[in-house]
Design a protein around this ligand. Structure first.
Ligand code: ZN
Length: 305
C-alpha cells in the first residue's frame, strides 16, 4: 500500500471514530443524576393548606396546537422518527374564579416552532380567560408557555394578576429568542422571588425547579376532591423521560442552554415521587398521550369553560 493511502485510511478511520463518539455523546448518551435536587412533598402539602379557602374544584386543559420533533430530540438514544409535541394550557376552577397555568403561544409563534396544527378557538378561550383570571402563572419562560402572556393584547391588565419569578420576567436567550417582552410591558412589574415553595392560592403551590430554564417551576395542585396534580412544565416533555430518567439529547440541551444535570436530578426525583405516590397525577410538558389519559380518567377536564 502506498504510504499516502495508508495515511489517508488512518485519517478516515480516526474521523469515523471521532464522529461515532460525537454522535454517541450528542445524541445517545443521557447522563446520570447527581442527586442534589429534592421535593419535600409533605412540606408542599402543608403549604397547600396554608392559604384559607376552597381548593380548585377542577383542573381543565386546553390543547392549543401540535408540532412534531425527532424522537431523539425528546429522549436521548431514540431514533429519528417524528414524535408529536402537543401544546397545552391549564385552567384551575375555584368557586370564585379561575387560575391559569401556562399561556400557550399565538399562531405566529406556533408556526415558528413548525406547528402542524393550531386551534384558534382554543387560543381565544385561553386569551379571554387570562383577563378575568385571579392569577396567571407559567411553568417557565419559553415561548410555548409564556408566549400567550407576552403577546397578550391586554398584557398590562393580565400582568396585574400574573405571578412570575425574576428569571421568568426577563427576555430569554438561546433557542427561544423568537419572543421578547414588548417595550415597557414590565415597567412597574414586581416579580415574586421564592425558594423552594410558595403557596399562591388554596391548594396551589409553586415549586422551584431550575434546569430546563433558570425560571422553571412546577405547579402542585390539590383539588377540593383531594386529587393531587403536579404540572411539571418541560422538566420532562414526555412521561417516558421520567420513567426511564432519560434526558433530551445533549445536542438539544446545548442548543436550549439547559442545565442538564439539574434536569436529570429532577427526573429522578419525579420517578421516585411517582413510585411513592401512585395517585399523584404528573403532567409532562408536551405529552398528548399522558394528558389524554388524565382526561379519560377524569383528573383533567377537556377544554376551558
Ligand atoms: Zn414547552
Amino acid at each position: 500500500m502506498k504510504p499516502w493511502l495508508k495515511w489517508a485510511l488512518r485519517i478516515v478511520a480516526a474521523l469515523s471514530v471521532i464522529g461515532a463518539a460525537g454522535y454517541w455523546w450528542l445524541l445517545i448518551e443521557s447522563g446520570s443524576p447527581p442527586g442534589r435536587y429534592r421535593i419535600d412533598l409533605a412540606a408542599v402539602r402543608a403549604r397547600a393548606t396554608s392559604i384559607p379557602g376552597e381548593a380548585p374544584r377542577e383542573a381543565r386543559v386546553e390543547t392549543i396546537g401540535e408540532a412534531a420533533f425527532p424522537s431523539v430530540a425528546v429522549t436521548a438514544g431514540d431514533g429519528w422518527s417524528p414524535i408529536p409535541m402537543t401544546f397545552f394550557a391549564y385552567e384551575l376552577v375555584f368557586a370564585d374564579g379561575i387560575g391559569i397555568v401556562d399561556t400557550g403561544m399565538d399562531k405566529a409563534d406556533a408556526a415558528a416552532m413548525n406547528a402542524t396544527s393550531f386551534d384558534d378557538d382554543a387560543f381565544k378561550r385561553l386569551t379571554d380567560a387570562m383577563i378575568t383570571a385571579k392569577f396567571v402563572v407559567v411553568t417557565h419562560e419559553h415561548q410555548d408557555h409564556i408566549g400567550g402572556l407576552i403577546k397578550h393584547p391586554q398584557i398590562k391588565a393580565v400582568l396585574a394578576h400574573t405571578i412570575l419569578n425574576p428569571q421568568q420576567a426577563r427576555d430569554v436567550g438561546g433557542m427561544m429568542t423568537a419572543i421578547t417582552w414588548p417595550a415597557g410591558a414590565l415597567d412597574g412589574y414586581k416579580p415574586t422571588d421564592y425558594d423552594p415553595y410558595l403557596a399562591i392560592a388554596p391548594g396551589v403551590v409553586l415549586i422551584r425547579a431550575p434546569g430546563h430554564t433558570e425560571g422553571s417551576q412546577m405547579v402542585y395542585v390539590r383539588l377540593a376532591s383531594g386529587k393531587e396534580i403536579l404540572f411539571i412544565g418541560d422538566v420532562a416533555w414526555k412521561r417516558r423521560n421520567i420513567d426511564e430518567v432519560r434526558e433530551r439529547a445533549r445536542l438539544i440541551t446545548w442548543l436550549m442552554n439547559e442545565d442538564r444535570s439539574a434536569v436529570l436530578d429532577e427526573l429522578a426525583v419525579l420517578k421516585r415521587l411517582a413510585a411513592e405516590n401512585p395517585d399523584l397525577a404528573i403532567v409532562p410538558g408536551h405529552d398528548g398521550a399522558a394528558v389524554g389519559a388524565l382526561v379519560a380518567s377524569g383528573v383533567l377536564a377537556a377544554g376551558f369553560r
